[in-house]
Design a binder for this molecule. Sequence first.
Ligand code: C2O
Length: 561
Amino acid sequence: MVKLNSLFWGPFFFICFIEFVSLRADAAVKKYQFDIQVKNVSRLCHAKPIVTVNGMFPGPTIYVREGDRVLVNVTNYAQYNMSIHWHGLKQFRNGWADGPAYITQCPIKTGHSYTYDFNVTGQRGTLWWHAHVFWLRATVYGAIVIMPKQGTPYPFPRPNSEFNLLFGEWWNTDVEEVVKQGNKLGLPPKMSDAHTINGKPGPLFPCSEKHTFAIQVEQGKTYLLRIINAALNDELFFAIAGHNMTVVEIDAVYTKPFTTQAILIAPGQTTNVLIQANQVPGRYFMASRPFMDAPLSIDNKTATAILQYKGIPSSVVPTLPHLPAANDTAFALSYNSKLRSLNSPKFPANVPLKVDRHLFYTIGLGINPCPTCQNGTQLTASLNNISFVMPQTGLLQAHYFKLKGVFRTDFPDRPPTPFNYTGAPLTANLKTSLGTRLSKIAFNSTVELVLQDTNLLTVESHPFHLHGYNFFVVGTGIGNFDPKKDPAKYNLVDPPERNTVGVPTGGWTAIRFRADNPGVWFMHCHLELHTSWGLKTAFVVENGQGSDQSILPPPKDLPPC
Ligand code: C2O
């Protein structure tokens, strides 16, 4: 492993992206070097410096096999604090490698390095990594591909080849500046200027002809597309002109295959689909566009890439696919209802049937006084009426070393007073309380969490992500959750298992998981806008009694605060 502690060596370090593989009998150790560097990139007729990994945008793909140990040395040459999250990797007992700034580590400062050291156990499929500090994930993200164990085939027809498709958003100006500007006003920052596929917006945007991602396919062959939504603030529909897709995996968990014309994917989620090149050879657009069924301003920008059959000249004009309308709630609900875990003997769905701990969290938007904001107020977001305040010390350190005064473990299991959550728009009760308040969970207990959207200010859909775990999405519905009637309708047999789930606009979602991973685990809305407004909290999962049931000691190079 290369260890760089001096800025001086950066320019001389010519080969930045190294992968060495040393084989052991059972598993391998895969090593990567991530240099955080600023690079000039131009899109949409604008050039600007962006933060990258190894100068790449999107960043490098991490290729591993189930069972491998991964070492990623991150060296920060940029003038921003940095931390990287391996989104969806469970990091058993090993929160130190999880990455969210001020939750499991303090950021890596300019000129410093940190090695993320983790095992990939019991997971295979597509995940991704991204910066987890402020809004830097706008440009700092990449794919993680976990191949199944040697000799273990996919539970679906083997594709001839595969491609990664990462959806993102692009701002013509510095994203951190855009956010600062928004905070000054107490309003949402300006919407992105483009959506992108693999960093490229496609020809529907100005100056973007040459910034179009394309894949080449051969008639009669089958392809696996690993699709990742790395956009900051938009759930997206995606479709390919003339071609159906068969969904086979979500968030690195195999699903019962089903065929669809379009998919829906929320920020943080991944979806693997099989496609067959079985149409008239030609050029076909692949397109993504936001899904937004809340009564808010609509972002209807369409990013495109091209699927091109071998031998077809690039002068052929591609056709656009049919995408569901931006507010097509019916499509969204029906699509999500088709997602089922494969639940085979080899890949069982171990859904907790008995629940030790029932949690009910309301999701609310609000308005708080803000003396420093131009309007005197600012928009906020809360869970159970608590807007989360980021600490100055990593919460995992505070927990592990028993530091006092960093956080409290009195996050309430339910909202202070029940109300008609999704009734007429509520303008009372918009003032939220602030706090770094967490919920303490007993080791190995089974948890059911119902996330309830509210009409505080407005209803809206929220993709919730839990670190350190997968969970089962046992139920969902529109309106208020009914604890008497709704549990009877749960799917406890083959519910989708994932790490990020959309809570529908004006509705609820129930998830279950077994708290078998001790540590401090962040849970937040994966719309960056809402995360920064405080729509987040964390679970403190206690250690178990067994020798392998407690948090591992911190690595020596863990960044200090
Ligand atoms: Cu993909 Cu806490 O994030």
